[in-house]
Ligand binder design. Sequence first.
Ligand code: GAR
Length: 200
Amino acid sequence: MRIGILLSGRGSNFKAIKAAIDNGEIKNAEIAAVISNKSDAAGLAYAKECGLKTVYLNHKDFDGREAYDREIVKHLSESGVDLVCLAGFMRIISPYFVEQYRNRIINIHPSLLPAFPGLDAQKQALDYGVKFAGCTVHFVDEKMDSGAIILQKCVPVKDDDTEETLSARILEEEHRAYPEAVRLIAEGRLKTEGRHVKIL
Ligand code: GAR
């Protein structure tokens, strides 16, 4: 399975997936390309250091969201990508992109969806006063943070949590959940029926 990673920043989820491939936890998979919309993304620099194929695409060079996404899809398909992992990719993707890779794009979001979609999910959870937070790995469809859920992991929210401490606790679980979801896909162990994803 050839994986395409899309990221905008730090890239710690990308690193977690790469580490799971390198240590044999995820078999029969390789990272075929890492694409970023930010030239200074730390994740992109790390991918370069690792000798992976990297692509930087500035949205300002394109006339609209779909034109931008067509270029991404072109790079993904040239790299023979089977599975697209959005790993902190802070852009909404177009219906065109979703259609080209239907059921083959996954995302990680730092909340227990459908609670707290969109930006600053951890802050939204704190402000709301929930007692448990977490992360969700899900398939990507046309709507934001709405596709069928593959995995979720839960963490407690403590009385003295700040956005930073809660985000760090959630991130630890993200680094478990994302490689696990990729492994299940690589092993052909997910069966999707509408919104329901069964692990075989
Ligand atoms: C992660 O917490 C991820 O869940 C979040 O961005 C962070 C990226 O960190 N994604 C979203 O909020 C998407 N809506 P990373 O670059 O270290 O993987």
